[in-house]
Design a protein around this ligand. Structure first.
Ligand SMILES: C[S@@+](CC[C@H](N)C(=O)[O-])C[C@H]1O[C@@H](n2cnc3c(N)ncnc32)[C@H](O)[C@@H]1O
Length: 388
């Protein structure tokens, strides 16, 4: 695929967590109809290419997508050849996006063993060319700011391709929603929590419970979706509004996703009172405290608190970051016994866990209807959806 130059047409380059690319693709298709979308086209995983996006559509899609990590504008792709890099940077249509006074950074990712230069060396070299390119166009020398740049040019080098994209997100990826005033010791990423919720296909007028809710990520993500609140309403640091085409747009105009609100009863429960208190604070910060009810409950007593549940979604305490004691080991067995009593006939159970073996061992008569290997940061975990 040969794509060079910008801005017409704009092609987006979107990153997501490895393993949930198809769910992100579904989300994109719901917003941008009839577009060519390719998953992992340039040998990097967790990447999605979207062709022919109108500039005006970008802020809408940016604030609506819930499973993404970064959104960027793809400015160029070519067969891997380091000699082409310099000419490419000098041919960049920098005036379309850059504004005078923005500080810059170049970030390089490299998956190519034949190239001996390090990604830092390549970033530094591209950075020098970018400064010259900006100086030629604007008669101004931009400062380099590696901590908090205003303008980030990304360069991903695989065996076959060099990909250039302008990062609209910034230093912190989009799964960081900033509602976590309380930090649970083993939280799930917001975008992965939402990917599970989306895949479960939640219908209205139903009961949704996370019985091991920790800091509340899963019910909070579900409630923000049901209330059509953008998950980025607390983020003021995205780079999109610093770029020239978007300078007149106001973030406030994109905080509601424009869909109808959905009616759901959402609960989060945990055995640990301190975590519950934190989860309540997080829900308040996320703007959904009236919509999620938190209760102190041992998941082994689920049927004592609930007669019927339509959706159960959780990640149990078997991760690498939490203590694995004898007590925790019994939870999955007992959980499935309880789920058998309370899950409605068409109900679903969504689980994110590093311990695939425990789900398989204890699931009783529940059928696994979806299973997926997902990377949570660098850690391999599994997503499951089960039903009766
Ligand atoms: C991996 S954490 C969940 C993290 C959460 N999804 C988040 O993003 O913050 C697992 C949680 O299960 C809770 N837990 C452990 N045993 C439990 C039990 N028997 N009943 C209810 N909750 C339990 C722990 O207190 C912990 O908060």
């Amino acid at each position: 695929m040969e794509i060079t130059g910008s801005p017409a047409p704009i092609n987006l380059y979107i990153s997501t967590s490895i393993g949930i690319e198809d769910i992100t693709k579904e989300e994109i298709k719901e917003v941008l109809k009839d577009r060519e979308i390719k998953v992992n086209p340039f040998e990097f995983r967790g990447k999605i290419f979207v062709r022919d996006v109108n500039l005006k559509e970008i802020p809408h899609i940016f604030f609506k997508l819930r499973t993404t990590e970064r959104i960027g504008i793809l400015t160029g792709v070519f067969e891997c050849d380091l000699n082409k890099l310099k000419n490419y940077v000098f041919s960049l249509n920098i005036k379309d996006f850059y504004k005078k006074n923005l500080s810059i950074a170049v970030r390089c990712k490299k998956r190519n063993n034949k190239i001996k230069l390090s990604k830092q060396e390549i970033s530094a070299e591209i950075g020098k060319w970018l400064i010259r390119r900006i100086r030629d166009e604007f008669d101004f020398t931009p400062s380099v700011n590696l901590e908090e740049p205003d303008f980030i040019l990304r360069c991903d080098i695989s065996e076959r391709y060099i990909t250039f994209w302008l990062d609209l997100t910034g230093n912190s990826a989009m799964h960081i929603r900033k509602y976590r005033v309380f930090e649970h010791p083993a939280p799930i990423k917001g975008n992965i929590a939402f990917a599970l919720i989306k895949k479960m296909g939640i219908k209205e007028n139903k009961i949704f419970v996370d019985p091991m809710t920790g800091g509340g990520t899963i019910p909070i993500e579900c409630a923000m979706w049901a209330k059509n609140i953008s998950p980025y309403h607390l983020r003021n640091d995205f780079l999109i509004f610093k770029l020239k085409p978007f300078e007149d747009l106001k973030k406030e105009d994109f905080m509601k996703t424009g869909e109808r609100e959905k009616n759901l009863k959402i609960f989060g429960s945990d055995i640990n009172l301190e975590f519950l208190k934190g989860a309540k604070e997080n829900a308040k910060r996320a703007g959904v405290e009236d919509y999620v009810k938190f209760i102190n409950l041992d998941a082994k007593d689920l049927s004592k608190a609930f007669k019927k549940i339509d959706y159960i979604a959780f990640n149990p305490p078997y991760g690498l970051r939490m203590r694995i004691g004898e007590e925790e080991k019994g939870i999955m067995k007992k959980f499935f016994e309880e789920a058998e009593k309370v899950l409605s006939d068409k109900g679903k159970i969504g689980i994110i866990t590093a311990r695939m073996d425990l789900v398989r061992k204890h699931r009783r008569d529940f059928r696994i209807i979806w299973r997926r290997k997902i990377f949570h940061g660098g850690v391999r975990i599994f997503g499951f959806i089960l039903r009766k």
